[in-house]
Design a protein around this ligand. Structure first.
Ligand code: HEM
Length: 150
């Protein structure tokens, strides 16, 4: 149940992050926050760079959630190998994606880097989705087992 909730929350936050990333790119506000890791006023958000600020804050939250999902999956005795592998790939992808986000800023939105940023985002989303599907199946199997035992 916990694994299902954590992994699904991770997927929901990641979906919002990717959607906002698309908006950052399409509206051309990617360099409104030209520094890294913090924006010009430190941790304080400002209207001038609120979208980019939101993208980075959500990226940090997503990072914590993906790593937490991975930790719970690896700790779980009932999680199948496929689920563990997917969560490890997601953990690696989120670290790579956050690092790449920083390089995208430093390299002033180089087209190749932004394209890789999009591609890695899709890999990350797919791996978290696979983890969620496994978590739902685990929960279903657990309920079926309990019903049989009664
Ligand atoms: C898990 C972390 C992240 C994910 C999943 C993610 C995802 C995305 C996606 C899907 C886009 C849209 C790309 C496109 O439409 O071509 C985007 C754009 C962008 N992201 Fe991220 N991102 C993450 C972290 C970061 C971080 C940490 C930074 C900066 C420190 C960053 C900076 C940017 C910038 C500047 C753009 C706009 C690029 C442009 O203007 O073309 N991202 N992101």
């Amino acid at each position: 149940m916990l694994l299902k909730t954590i992994s699904f929350s991770t997927l929901a936050v990641l979906f919002s992050l990717i959607t906002i990333g698309g908006y950052v790119s399409a509206s051309g506000v990617g360099l409104t926050c030209p520094d890294w890791p913090l924006c010009p006023h430190g941790l304080l958000p400002q209207t001038d760079f609120i979208i980019e600020y939101f993208h980075r804050s959500l990226a940090a939250t997503t990072g914590v959630l993906v790593i937490t999902t991975m930790a719970f999956t690896l700790k779980s005795k009932s999680a199948p190998t496929g689920m563990k592998i997917a969560s490890i790939i997601a953990g690696g992808a989120v670290i790579g994606q956050i690092t790449l986000g920083a390089i995208v800023i430093v390299e002033r939105l180089h087209a190749v880097l932004v394209t890789i940023h999009l591609g890695l985002g899709i890999v990350l989303f797919s791996m978290v989705l696979v983890t969620v599907l496994f978590a739902y199946r685990l929960e279903k199997d657990r309920k079926a087992f309990q019903a049989k035992a009664q």
